[in-house]
Write a protein that binds this ligand. Structure first.
Ligand SMILES: C[S@@+](CC[C@H](N)C(=O)[O-])C[C@H]1O[C@@H](n2cnc3c(N)ncnc32)[C@H](O)[C@@H]1O
Length: 299
């Protein structure tokens, strides 16, 4: 039977109701986030329901809708530290903070640039249980979704061996402030999974792999560190591989290396964008590059 056609007024009312529900959901989540953030520092009891049961739900993606693209050249009023030493990492990884010495027990070593909804972070967490892993994401609501997802996972698995304390996310523009967050040679792996393709020629400068940015990535990566790239857009794959191949600080890793590396298979399957490509039976192109030693006269 054909669906009855809704008049404009009904459509408008339904849209407004949906928006009100989304806003209400986000307000509730914001409240929970505030309480749980506090709980993380105090290590106190989880937020409780009226019946006394812990109330931690995995967030629902449909309530965090945002435009697909964000202009990396806009002023997003982002907060960023003056230098990596000024960064309050204990807020992101409270369990890795030593209160007596007021210092972090570990530093971030793996970065997922443009982490989207955080699928890769959650899959890397158990594979590298004692390594700090950070997702950087430019879109506000997407970052909040990942934050809520991690808070919920930490609560849910707080007594488990894998407790998700080693993953976190921050809102940031990786094209602008990376050296404010990471020291020289701090990272061992950087992931660029399904980055925005910026198809038009005049938009290519907004791509996350450019010659200038690669020099910054080489700065924060240690010698022997790896840049992982994956995309479903062949033209972007060719662009990324070409720029990395032409850069003096990177050398391409061959297919045999890709086949034995566990992160390659994780990134192939774990990210939300990658899963969408699989569902649509699309192709995925991978290119991985090792960070070469810095020539002595450049040190
Ligand atoms: C197509 S999505 C892929 C997300 C995720 N990596 C995945 O595979 O599911 C690209 C993501 O990169 C983010 N992004 C784009 N430019 C960025 C930048 N300069 N800094 C941080 N994140 C950025 C976008 O907001 C978006 O969430």
């Amino acid at each position: 039977m054909a669906k009855p056609v809704k008049d404009k007024e009904t459509q408008l009312r339904e849209q407004q109701e949906a928006e009100t529900r989304r806003r209400q959901y986000r307000t509730n989540q914001e409240e929970t986030r505030k309480k749980l953030k506090h709980a993380r520092f105090e290590e106190s009891e989880p937020v409780e329901d009226t019946d006394g049961k812990a109330q931690v739900h995995l967030p629902r993606k449909r309530f965090y809708r945002q435009r697909a693209h964000s202009n990396p050249f806009s002023d997003h009023r982002l907060e960023y530290p003056r230098s990596p030493e000024d960064m309050k990492w204990e807020k992101l990884y409270p369990q890795y903070h030593d209160k007596d010495s007021d210092s972090m027990l570990s530093k971030v070593e793996i970065a997922d640039i443009g982490c989207g909804y955080g699928g890769l972070l959650t899959k890397l967490a158990p594979e590298y249980p004692s390594t700090l892993i950070l997702g950087m994401e430019i879109r506000v609501q997407v970052t909040q979704y990942v934050e809520d997802r991690i808070i919920a996972l930490r609560e849910k698995h707080k007594d488990d061996e894998v407790n998700f304390q080693n993953i976190s996310v921050l809102r940031g523009n990786a094209m602008k402030f990376l050296p404010n967050f990471f020291q020289k040679g701090q990272l061992s792996k950087m992931f660029f999974c399904f980055p925005d393709p910026h198809f038009k020629q005049r938009k290519h400068k907004a791509r996350i792999i450019t010659n200038t940015l690669l020099s910054e990535y080489a700065y924060v990566l240690r010698e022997g560190g790896v840049v992982y790239t994956i995309t479903d857009v062949e033209d972007l794959h060719i662009w990324m591989a070409k720029h990395l191949e032409e850069h003096p600080m990177f050398e391409r890793l061959d297919k045999a290396w890709e086949e034995q590396d566990k992160c390659v298979s994780i990134m192939y399957n774990a990210t939300e964008e990658g899963q969408k490509v699989t569902r649509n039976k699309g192709s995925k192109w991978i290119a991985c590059f090792r960070r070469l030693p810095t020539p002595e006269d450049c040190d």
